[in-house]
Ligand binder design. Structure first.
Ligand SMILES: [Zn+2]
Length: 341
């Protein structure tokens, strides 16, 4: 701990600098702190740990810790979704909340704590042999979990701030980290006590193609603040805060690609993503069952006028990969997917 204290303090200071220069661009806020941080000695390498051996207590050092997402042993009976009380103390099935708090505090309401969990909390594997027969030539990326601090995510809501029921079908929103993935994970695992700085994705895809689960899909990641999804039937967005613009977060699954080294800046483009990233992205998105028409980018849903990510994304190449994977619903983007363990 003593060894890391100066680096931790410097990191927090630099993050403060990033926030002041880029308040409206959350990806860039993260990147500002991270790119400066990356000029310092490299962070420790990821620790590959078996899920069962990890203590749920927070790590005392700023080390980013990845935990291998393991499949649980088969159970004789299906676990029942837990009942979670919402702001009005009315039990709601799964991990959804009934309605947003009409008078939220400046720091907002933190999400439900998620301890290191098995792979089932992030996806429910279907029959692997069948999936391989249907396409994807047996490609299987490494899967890790590096859970976000609960200040950086919340519950999905059944009603908006005005009491109107919300029942949008899920969408997938693609992003890029701008920073390296280690720095991004470090940011998400740090408590953000002001709502202005709270941010997260559900899942990150490293340059290597490795997948890192950050927020379970049944919860609401803070990926796109001021945003609207335009479909063939109209515009979709959900207001969950009395003073902030509505967003797509309530029905979005946010996936972010690690930016290549030459893109860790605010330039218009970079050299693009690796083949492993496209393959892992297709592998992952196919498991959400979300149709092509509801797969979008932060740049497209953004209404702040300042988000452009993912830059240099080859959508044709992605769709080509996506076609080779069977669509399943292993990743359920709703409170019905609360396979708590
Ligand atoms: Zn973004």
């Amino acid at each position: 701990m003593r060894k890391w204290t100066p680096i931790l303090l410097l990191t927090l200071y630099l993050l403060g600098v990033g926030v002041t220069v880029g308040l409206k661009n959350r990806d860039w806020i993260v990147a500002q702190g991270m790119s400066l941080w990356s000029q310092m000695p490299p962070p420790p390498k990821f620790e590959r740990v078996i899920a069962e051996t990890v203590s749920p207590s927070p790590s005392p050092s700023p080390n980013v810790k990845l935990v291998v997402a393991e499949e649980p042993r088969p159970q004789a009976t299906q676990p029942q979704p837990e009942m979670v009380a919402n702001v009005n103390n009315v039990p709601v099935p799964g991990t959804c909340a009934l309605q947003p708090d009409p008078n939220p505090t400046a720091s907002g309401k933190v999400g439900p704590a998620v301890n290191p969990v098995t792979l089932y909390r992030f996806r429910r594997p279907t029959d692997v042999q069948t999936a391989n027969l249907q396409g994807g030539v047996g490609y299987t990326p490494n899967e890790y979990q590096a859970l976000a601090n609960p200040t950086n995510y919340g519950q999905r809501f059944l009603y908006d701030i005005n009491g109107q029921p919300v029942n949008n079908a899920p969408i997938v929103v693609l992003h890029e980290t701008v920073s390296d993935v280690y720095s991004a994970v470090n940011f998400f695992q740090t408590a953000q006590n002001s709502e202005d700085n709270q941010a997260s994705y559900h899942t990150l895809i490293m340059l290597t193609g490795d997948i890192v689960y950050i927020v379970p899909p049944d919860l609401r990641a803070f990926g796109a603040g001021d945003s609207v999804f335009v479909s063939s039937t109209g515009t979709e967005t959900v207001k969950t805060h009395p003073k902030r613009p509505p967003s797509v977060n309530n029905f979005a699954y946010h996936v972010s690609l690690e930016t290549p080294a030459d893109g860790r800046n605010n330039a218009d483009s970079h050299s693009g993503y690796t083949a492993a990233q496209y393959q892992s992205l297709a592998w992952l998105v196919a498991k959400t069952g979300v149709p092509d028409a509801r797969i979008t980018t932060h740049a497209v849903v953004d209404r702040s006028g300042e988000r452009r990510d993912p830059r240099s994304f080859d959508s044709q190449l992605f769709l080509q990969y996506l076609q080779s994977y069977p669509r399943t619903q292993e990743i359920m983007i709703s409170c019905q997917s609360a396979y708590l363990n």
